[in-house]
Write a protein that binds this ligand. Structure first.
Ligand code: ZN
Length: 109
């Protein structure tokens, strides 16, 4: 479709304008316009994809091995089950480990 459009522009201006500099100018404008349309379309497609995508909340369950301390935190890259997170902030002796990772799914599921 775009190729046909460019051909059409060339056909119209090629017949009327004899000055090659103006032809080059029009071709440049046409190419710029085409690039702009292409960029806009790409951006729109990306926008639709973002709009359709509902972010899934990933949570990590942090538990202490000594006391009943339990914490739900947002999943961070590098988190895995049984990963040690250092000493417990509550009892100061137990080790905090990630007990589970789960997703807070969309209401549809
Ligand atoms: Zn503890």
């Amino acid at each position: 479709m775009a190729v046909v459009g460019l051909y059409f522009i060339g056909l119209v201006f090629g017949g009327v304008i004899t000055d090659p500099n103006i032809t080059i100018l029009y071709v440049t404008i046409a190419v710029l316009a085409f690039t702009f349309v292409l960029l806009t379309m790409t951006r729109m497609r990306r926008g639709i994809r973002i709009g359709a995508y509902t972010p899934v909340k990933v949570l990590s369950v942090v538990k202490c091995g000594q006391c009943s301390f339990k914490q739900i935190k947002n999943f961070a890259i590098g988190d895995f089950v049984f990963k040690a997170l250092g000493k417990c902030t509550q009892c100061m002796t137990g080790d905090l480990t990630i007990n589970g990772i789960y997703t807070e799914g969309s209401p549809k599921k």
